[in-house]
Design a protein around this ligand. Structure first.
Ligand code: IMP
Ligand code: MG
Length: 181
């Protein structure tokens, strides 16, 4: 599996350290508030699993699965809901957990959908922010790492559904794309 990894961008140790910091910050900010942690399938799963254990508050969690129309490595901004929340959100503060914000289209669309459901608040924590690629104005409230414009995999992030189980964030070799092209 790792033959297609060009280099490690963020090590397992750095991920652990940063996730603990984010958890501590979120713990402070949500003290006394009813918190729903909302993971976006599938990429957010490893990050969310680690993050919730660093949030030292009572909370519930749920998932949504979204599909964006368009090519596999590009987002079109039109998002279809494949799995929705199990219940209403009027009485909770929602914290969306994302793996990466790239163009921002997915997140912008999701925030609009959730706003219409009248939760007490909607904030976003993303593990990675590829800020240089942003095409719409959306800023995550909490960000793990600002990363350069390179295609990354691991710790939930995929290429063609693979590599999600790598324990670090790595940059994919050019050859890995070429096989599919
Ligand atoms: P956005 O709508 O362009 O912000 O796209 C967000 C989604 O694109 C993420 O949730 C990922 O599924 C995917 N994505 C964007 N950049 C990368 C990357 O470098 N590696 C893996 N997936 C990515
Ligand atoms: Mg993906």
């Amino acid at each position: 599996m790792e033959e297609y990894i060009d280099r490690v961008l963020i090590s397992r140790e750095s991920l652990g350290k940063r996730v603990a910091e984010l958890g501590a910050e979120i713990t402070q900010d949500y003290e006394g508030k009813k918190l729903l942690v909302l993971g976006i399938l599938k990429g957010a799963v490893p990050f969310m699993a680690d993050l919730i254990r660093e949030i030292k508050l009572p909370l519930t969690y749920d998932f949504m699965a979204l599909s964006s129309y368009g090519a596999s490595t590009q987002s079109s901004g039109v998002v279809r809901i494949l799995k929705d929340l199990d219940r209403g959100v009027e009485d909770v503060h929602i914290l969306i957990v994302e793996d990466i914000v790239d163009t921002g289209l997915t997140l912008k669309y999701l925030k609009e959908i959730l706003k219409a459901r009248n939760s007490l608040s909607v904030k976003v924590v993303t593990l990675l922010d590829k800020e240089a690629r942003r095409t719409v104005a959306v800023t995550p409230d909490y960000n793990g790492f600002l990363i350069p414009d390179e295609f990354v995999v691991g710790y939930g992030l995929d290429f063609n559904q693979e590599y999600r189980n790598l324990p670090y964030i790595g940059v994919l070799k050019q050859e890995a794309y070429e096989i599919l092209e």
